[in-house]
Ligand binder design. Structure first.
Ligand code: PMP
Length: 303
């Protein structure tokens, strides 16, 4: 399979990218990562990488948080990503995983006096949320807030919280979790942001509700306002609001726009995919495949 990696400042087949068991970040979660989608446009025989600039701005902000200094600016990272996919030669939808991390081979939990490095690799795309419509439940796990973590950064160590929530949901027979923040208000899924449709308006937790500020979230808000004339409201959402709205969906690079059919064993609407969710989903898919010229600036062609 043509999976490629950029590792130790070189491109190589993914199977050749090997790391020492003593690498600091593996032990202490001192890495920051991204997930980037490449969508295959069959008519144009082209792969479009979605919103690279925003992904790498978020990554570099996370690097600052972790005191990781990289010899790359956003534009360098964009160029490397395009080159990676070109080298792999993939002509299908794909996923790119960049990771900046503490690379010193040393035991000791800290951020200072450690070397940093950057790697990335690509894989063919696979569906992330298996259900076409998700049955979800409120998690017993809370998303750590600003004094315990940096919710706005994709720090590897913080993802153990997402892992707890995801596995609890699956083992209890659901597809995904709704994770509340420390104040008991709605934050997000284990790896997705969440939107509700309430009285025809799109409602999503505000940026300061201990969420990751998703790039799909931002895209969907723009599409809803500009293409569908919807009012979009960012505000705190109480848990008690979770049972009585018309539609709900998750957003994320991996999840796309993923409809929610049931919350805590209560149907959302009539349990079918709602019209606003469907329209947003279809618009979003067109845009990431480079099929809407108005949004081409979000799409970087590989070939
Ligand atoms: N929240 C969390 C916790 C996530 O891991 C992700 C996936 N990156 C998201 C939300 C959605 O973010 P994005 O739309 O940028 O992929």
């Amino acid at each position: 399979m043509p999976n490629y990696a950029y590792y130790n400042q070189q491109f190589m087949p993914l199977t050749e990218a090997k790391m020492s068991v003593m690498t600091n970040f593996m032990h202490y979660g001192t890495g920051v990562f991204e997930g980037i989608r490449g969508s295959w446009n069959k008519e144009e025989q082209q792969v479009y990488l979605f919103r690279l600039k925003e992904h790498y701005e978020r990554l570099l902000n996370g690097c600052k948080v972790l005191k990781i200094e990289l010899p790359y600016a956003v534009d360098d990272l964009i160029k490397l990503t395009v080159e990676l996919v070109q080298k792999s030669g993939l002509k299908e939808s794909l996923y790119v995983r960049p990771l900046a991390y503490k690379s010193t081979e040393a035991i000791g939990v800290r951020l200072h006096n450690l070397k940093s490095d950057f790697l990335m690799f690509n894989l063919p795309w696979t569906r992330y949320l298996e259900a076409e419509k998700c049955r979800v439940a409120v998690s017993s796990w809370r998303r750590p807030g600003n004094n315990f973590a940096i919710p706005q950064a994709k720090i590897t160590g913080q993802y153990v919280n997402s892992a707890f929530a995801k596995t609890e949901a699956i083992e209890n027979g659901f597809d995904e979790a709704i994770v509340l923040n420390e104040s008991g208000r709605v934050a997000e899924g284990s790896g997705e942001n969440i939107f509700l449709v309430i009285k025809g308006k799109l409602v999503t937790p505000s940026a300061n509700e201990s969420i990751l500020i998703g790039i799909t979230r931002d895209s969907v808000m723009e599409i809803a306002r500009n293409e569908m004339g919807l009012e979009v409201v960012e505000r705190p959402i109480e848990r008690s609001e979770l049972y009585t709205f018309e539609e709900a969906f998750y957003t994320g690079t991996a999840a796309n726009v993923a409809p929610i059919a049931e919350v805590d064993n209560r149907l959302v609407g009539n349990g079918e995919i709602g019209p606003i969710t469907k329209k947003l989903h279809d618009n979003y898919l067109d845009i990431i495949h480079g099929k809407n010229s108005k949004y081409r600036q979000w799409c970087t062609p590989v070939y």
